[in-house]
Design a binder for this molecule. Structure first.
Ligand code: AMP
Length: 488
């Protein structure tokens, strides 16, 4: 079926946008594996609200259930009861428009010459398009439009009889960001790509079960003690023999996603061996020193900027005030695909507390400006509610480049900082002043004195640790657009 021209325009506009941010959770050796995975996914809900899925193993068979929507909508007690077994993996998917259908929900479960297995992926592969084209040319039939499926095909066609050998063979061919959890009948594998773009942590419960998750907030809710990060380039296998660690890939320079700390992860999590709360607070403190401001109140754009605003307030001595309240009963702004809806979302998402800001010089702290849609609306709301002055401070450098490794960032053309100067942005947003952090300032805030981590800051600097395959538009929605339209 030919693709509709209005949709084609949208796909082409979105060409550079990978739409994949996800949360993953896995547990091995636990009587209530499905229930714990449910809770883990529940606490990782912020990483994806489009679909949720769990696969369990009872040692003989794999059981799968997945659905569209949030974890609590997808699973009932009854459905969880049906997911029997002592090991499980789960996945929350974040995506927008195109690829939004059930068949793309993860974990993927397949039957193959290697046996049945399931895979959950957080990240984005940058050569998925080329690999998929190649595989299709030689006869592969794909069931989904997600990049992760190429891993499964490469494994099945590896000619290897050993599962781990097949996995290593497949992963040596893929490029990009991947934190993976893979469940077979008798083993759980956790993998992080050699650059370590996306987080993946490992912990242990008192009953001896081993747990993996995107963030440690999923450990707290399941009474799990953090043990360590899965290292970049590491495969951890948990099976009847215990825990085995493999490092089969060539060592690469670390490239931890800086945006996970700035915006994406929960502040009560530890990722990349650092507290997200501590990093955000330092970002606020550095911002206050770099871009001081005469103000009467510091107001965060909740929730992602709350901690940076606490840091800013402490450092500047300006009182921290909850001048803006966020409704928690709607999804994140970017979840809604159409511009029309997004603007509406900004309006229904925030409300200003007039008595907290009226007649005051308000210093608003946000973690990022993408298109400028949110800030512009908020500034209008502050002024309408009687703010004397509105100063905007951003706890990150200007976002000028798209992300190919799994964070949902608009195209370069849409990113206001890519096409406008700070003065132009000030005029567009109608703020009295605007201060972004420099890249160096942001990096200084990432230092906790323990070790010198290497960050992927491509969204700010345009320096991409991994080159994008020339033939690869890296947009999962475009892998199979006709099919996709048919399913909408
Ligand atoms: P915009 O309205 O396009 O300028 O987007 C900026 C707002 O979106 C800020 O308040 C951010 O906290 C938030 N934001 C930044 N990155 C993302 C993302 N990847 N997904 C969802 N929201 C985001």
């Amino acid at each position: 079926m030919p693709i509709r021209s209005d949709l084609r325009d949208r796909f082409q506009d979105d060409h550079q946008i990978p739409r994949e941010e996800c949360g993953i959770y896995g547990i091995s050796g636990c009587k209530e594996a499905a229930n714990f995975t449910y809770l883990g996914l529940y606490s990782l809900q912020h990483r994806g609200q489009e679909s949720a899925g769990i696969v369990t193993s009872d040692g003989q068979r794999l059981f799968r259930y997945a659905g569209m929507g949030q974890v609590a909508q997808v699973f009932t007690e009854e459905k969880l009861r049906d997911l029997s077994g002592s090991s499980a993996i789960g996945h929350n998917r974040y995506s927008t428009t195109g690829a939004s259908f059930l068949r793309n929900a993860q974990p993927i479960r397949v039957e193959s010459n290697l046996g049945g297995f399931a895979l959950a992926h957080n990240g984005n592969l940058v050569n998925a398009w080329s690999l998929r084209s190649e595989l299709e040319r030689s006869g592969s039939i794909f069931q989904t439009t997600i990049d992760s499926e190429v891993i499964v095909h490469l494994m099945a066609r590896s000619g290897k009889t050993d599962f781990l050998d097949a996995l290593i063979y497949a992963l040596r061919q893929v490029e990009g960001a991947y934190s993976l959890l893979i469940l077979t009948r008798d083993a759980l594998y956790a993998v992080r790509d050699p650059n370590g773009f996306r987080p993946l942590v490992m912990g242990r419960r008192q009953d001896g079960s081993i747990v993996f998750a995107s963030e440690t907030c999923a450990f707290d809710i399941t009474d799990t003690t953090y043990e360590r990060d899965v290292h970049p380039g590491e495969i951890v296998c948990v099976d009847g023999k215990g825990i085995t660690s493999y490092h089969p890939f060539e060592k690469r320079a670390e490239a931890l996603c800086i945006f996970e700390h700035i915006y994406f992860s929960r502040p009560d999590s530890r990722i990349f061996e650092q507290s997200v709360y501590d990093v955000r607070k330092r970002l606020g403190q550095v911002l206050a020193r770099a871009h001081p401001c005469d103000g009467d109140v510091v107001v965060p754009v909740p929730d992602s900027s709350t901690v940076a605003a606490i840091g800013f307030a402490e450092e500047s001595g300006i009182p921290y005030t909850m001048g803006l309240i966020r409704s928690h009963y709607i999804g994140r702004t970017f979840i809604e695909p159409e511009q029309r809806i997004r603007d509406f979302g900004a309006k229904i998402k925030y409300n200003v507390i007039r008595s907290a800001i009226e007649g005051k010089r308000v210093v608003v702290i946000d973690d990022s400006i993408m298109r400028g849609t949110t800030s512009r609306k908020l500034i209008k709301m502050f002024r309408r509610n009687g703010a004397k002055e509105v100063h905007l401070r951003i706890s990150a450098p200007p976002t000028r480049f798209p992300c190919y490794y799994g964070i949902d960032i608009p195209t370069r053309g849409e990113l206001i900082a890519a096409t406008h100067s700070v003065e132009e942005i000030i005029r567009y947003l109608n703020v009295d002043s605007l201060g972004y952090m420099s890249l160096e300032e942001a990096h200084s805030a990432m230092m906790d004195g323990t070790r010198d981590r290497k960050w992927c800051d491509a969204c700010f600097s345009g320096t991409y640790p991994l080159k994008l395959d020339q033939n690869d538009n890296s947009n999962q929605k475009d892998l199979f657009p006709e099919y996709l339209v048919e399913e909408r």
